[in-house]
Design a protein around this ligand. Structure first.
Ligand SMILES: Nc1ncnc2c1ncn2[C@@H]1O[C@H](COP(=O)(O)OP(=O)(O)O)[C@@H](O)[C@H]1O
Ligand SMILES: [Mg+2]
Length: 100
C-alpha cells in the first residue's frame, strides 16, 4: 500500500520579514507550495529572491529577532503521522522534528 499523493509539507502564504535599521525587509512575502510523499521539490531563483529564508523558515532556524514569521502556516506531517503547524510548535518539539 503506497501513500503517494499524501501531502507531507504544505506551506501556505508564508511571510518572513526582518527588522533592520533601514526598515522592514520582506524577504519572503506570501510563498505557497506543497510537497507530497516521495516527491522532491527544487527551488530555483535569482540570488536574494528568498530561497534560503524560505527553507530556514520551514526548519524554524531564522534568528528571531531580527527575523519574524509574520503570517502563513507550515503544515507538516511527521513520523508520528500527526499534522502540525510548525509556525506554532515549541522549540523542544522542533528539535525532535529536525533530528540530529
Ligand atoms: N538577517 C537578515 N536581515 C536582513 N535581510 C535579510 C537577512 N537574511 C536575508 N535577508 C534578505 O532576504 C532576502 C532573501 O535572502 P535569501 O533567502 O538569502 O535569498 P536566496 O537564498 O534566494 O539567495 C535578501 O534580500 C536578503 O538580503
Ligand atoms: Mg540562498
Amino acid at each position: 500500500m503506497t501513500h503517494s499523493g499524501t501531502t507531507l509539507l504544505a506551506v501556505n502564504n508564508l511571510k518572513t520579514y526582518f527588522s533592520t535599521d533601514d526598515g522592514v525587509v520582506k524577504s519572503v512575502d506570501g510563498v505557497t507550495f506543497h510537497i507530497n510523499k516521495g516527491e522532491t521539490l527544487a527551488v530555483v531563483g535569482e540570488s536574494g529572491s528568498g530561497k534560503s529564508v524560505t527553507s530556514l523558515s520551514v526548519m524554524r532556524l531564522i534568528p528571531m529577532p531580527p527575523g519574524k514569521i509574520v503570517d502563513g502556516e507550515i503544515l507538516f506531517i511527521g513520523k508520528d503521522g500527526v499534522q502540525k503547524n510548525l509556525v506554532n510548535v515549541s522549540e523542544a518539539e522542533m528539535r525532535k522534528i529536525r533530528g540530529n
